[in-house]
Design a protein around this ligand. Structure first.
Ligand SMILES: [Zn+2]
Ligand SMILES: [Zn+2]
Length: 278
């Protein structure tokens, strides 16, 4: 019997498609350090996806300077000299609400990847307990999912980032580290169907683990729904704001993607997805 006599499973090193540098208002990380951290973990490519916060409510509003950002990351690329392939990306909060402003930025340079994120629903911040002020749990979740559907449908993005970021508000309000989406299956599937039909990617975000908020998300169940709705592209994102967090908990995330039946992970170059077999 040959089984058990193999030389070990070969694990592909999956690129991190969601990281931040000091071009984001909430990170001090030098771009080169983020890229070197990716290289040290065996990644051949990494996406730097700094915040573009066009929502005046957001703490990062007004911070992003497109030209400084672009030239700074081009310098980083040059210094890395091909040792790690640097993808220049952006993470835009509520891109469906700021379409013109975002397209003015993305038209100016050849970005590799745009992450679409919900950070606010109206004036409710999705990362704090205050999200649920004046709302019961179900009403809050429905409000979130309906905004997510609008982003999925109307936003310009390649990857829908942290699909279940409302878990942060749930954690702070209720102390729960997991969320059962079964009661909201129809609404969630609608979001996933839109992402799939538009040929966009879904991110598995590992930052919950580092924050003590439970496993990477979305759950295997939600990833299965995505596949059933025709989803083809899944990316991994640490959402690192420090070099040491690049690629954190990717082993666990990879197991989840496999358990959901996917056979590849996607990475974007020049806004085009490529798939890495897993
Ligand atoms: Zn985000
Ligand atoms: Zn982020």
């Amino acid at each position: 019997m040959a089984s058990g006599l193999t030389c070990g499973t070969i694990f592909p090193v999956i690129p991190d498609s969601h990281t931040h540098t000091c071009f984001s208002f909430d990170s001090q990380a030098l771009p080169e350090e983020v890229c070197r951290a990716a290289g040290a973990r065996g990644m051949r490519e990494v996406a730097l996806t700094d915040h573009v916060d066009l929502n005046p409510l957001d703490g990062g509003y007004g911070y992003f300077r497109p030209e400084e950002h672009w030239s700074g990351l081009q310098d980083c690329r040059a210094r890395l000299n091909g040792r790690v392939r640097v993808h220049i990306g952006l993470e835009c909060g509520e891109p469906h609400l700021f379409r013109q402003e975002l397209s003015a930025i993305t038209a100016a340079h050849e970005y590799d990847v745009i992450l679409g994120s919900i950070h606010w629903v109206g004036n409710r911040p999705v990362e704090t307990a205050a999200f649920f002020d004046g709302l019961d749990f179900r009403a809050g979740i429905v409000l979130y999912l309906d905004e997510l559907a609008r982003l999925a449908e109307e936003g310009d993005y390649d990857i829908l980032a942290h699909l279940d970021i409302i878990r942060r508000a749930v954690f702070h309000r209720y102390g729960w580290t997991e969320l059962d989406w079964t009661p909201y299956e129809a609404r969630m599937r609608r979001v996933l169907r839109i992402v799939a039909e538009r040929g966009k990617a879904l991110e598995v975000n590992t930052s919950y683990r580092r924050r003590g908020m439970g496993p990477p998300g979305p759950s295997v169940q939600v990833l299965r729904w995505f596949r059933e709705e025709g989803g083809r592209f899944v990316t991994l994102g640490s959402d690192a704001h420090r070099p040491e967090d690049v690629g954190a908990d990717f082993g666990e995330a990879l197991d989840m993607v496999r358990a959901a039946g996917f056979e590849s992970i996607a990475v974007f170059r020049r806004r085009t997805p490529y798939r890495i077999p897993i």
